[in-house]
Design a protein around this ligand. Structure first.
Ligand code: 8YV
Length: 325
């Protein structure tokens, strides 16, 4: 194993530092009294970074580490890392795909049920002691609805499997039609929104998907329509969504992600027809442990002179070794 100095810029699951630290020197930047001074001295020696929280790793950030070989990121989405810049600089980026698909798909289905059947509102009704005064009002139904999935990747497919178990029709939108799926493809998101009753957003974040769910899409979804977002807040124009929920342009929304986390607009919190979760899609003990192990295993494999386990498509493994290897 090569000796590899690993930087953890922000505090994340302790397990990540523990697993890496058992075999390699780990530097926990948040414990340094003067991080900038520390980086000026140590930056050139750092060859691996374990990103546990969502720091912004753009080109300028990566250039602070001239010996950097690998960034191992916690989470499947990596829109906080400029992976194209990493590719130019010869830095491998890894994420944690696969291990969280089912957990996030479970959360999406939970949000869909909560938003359509008003389950959180009904529960609050009981706790407020209102049941003896009368039954909770009848709610909209999932029955007979068509679900439009935006982004039919691994998590999108895990959601589709569950949605078909619910007996609902499925259509999808993404960059390309897929030949091996039984669902109808819509190249236009607006057209799919017109044909759907529920939109579930599962596509990656980043500049190319920013605000793809805009006022026009919400208008197309219509007054019985429901929006579920478990991907990234950046995909949805939050102001347009608040307007659509407030004026009844759509029926309801179930959100796990927001444009400016962890800050959620007061206008959204005030809306009775929005079910709001604090980005917990993958947040079970079991799944977060598997993600932490994946972050550590990528760095430990690299230190052993092995290929990275889960490189992102922008920085594929091409058989090259570390910068001095
Ligand atoms: C992250 C997520 O792990 O995987 C993703 O893309 O959004 C979550 O599962 C979470 O944001 C941790 O910071």
């Amino acid at each position: 194993m090569k000796s590899l100095d690993v930087l953890m810029p922000v505090e994340g699951m302790g397990l990540i530092g523990d697993l890496i630290g058992a075999r390699l020197p780990v530097h926990r930047l948040w414990l340094e009294p003067n991080p900038d001074l520390w980086l000026a001295e140590w930056g050139p020696r750092i060859r691996a970074i374990a990103v546990a929280g969502h720091i912004r790793a753009d080109e300028a950030y990566m250039r602070r580490f001239p010996s950097l070989e690998i960034i191992s990121s916690f989470g499947v989405g990596y829109d906080h890392i400029d992976a194209k810049a990493a590719a130019r600089l010869g830095i491998i980026v890894t994420n944690t795909p696969g291990v969280l698909d089912d957990e996030v798909a479970d959360t999406a289905l939970g949000l869909m049920l909560m938003a359509v059947r008003q389950l959180p509102q009904a529960e609050r009704y009981l706790r407020a002691g209102l049941w003896p005064k009368g039954a909770y009002p009848l709610t909209p139904s999932l029955r007979g609805r068509t679900v439009g999935i935006v982004g039919l990747g691994r998590i999108g497919k895990a959601i589709a499997t569950r949605v078909s178990g619910f007996g609902l029709d499925i259509v999808y939108h993404g960059r390309h039609a897929q030949t091996d799926v039984p669902y109808r493809y819509y190249p236009s998101l607006v057209e799919m929104a017109k044909a759907s009753d529920i939109l579930i957003i599962v596509a990656p974040g980043g500049p190319s998907t920013r605000h793809i769910v805009n006022a026009e899409v919400l208008e197309a979804l219509g007054p019985e329509g429901v929006l579920i977002n478990i991907a990234r807040g950046s995909l949805v124009d939050e102001k347009a969504l608040i307007g659509a929920l407030r004026t009844g342009k759509i029926l309801a929304a179930g959100l796990d992600v927001y444009e400016n986390e962890p800050n959620v607009p007061a206008e959204l919190i005030a809306l009775p027809n929005a079910v709001l979760l604090p980005h917990v899609g993958s947040a079970s003990v079991k799944t977060r442990q598997a993600m932490a192990e994946c972050v550590a295993e990528n760095i430990l494999a690299w230190a052993d002179g092995k290929p990275p386990l889960t490189p992102v498509p922008e920085t594929p493994w091409q058989g090259r070794w570390g910068k001095d290897g």
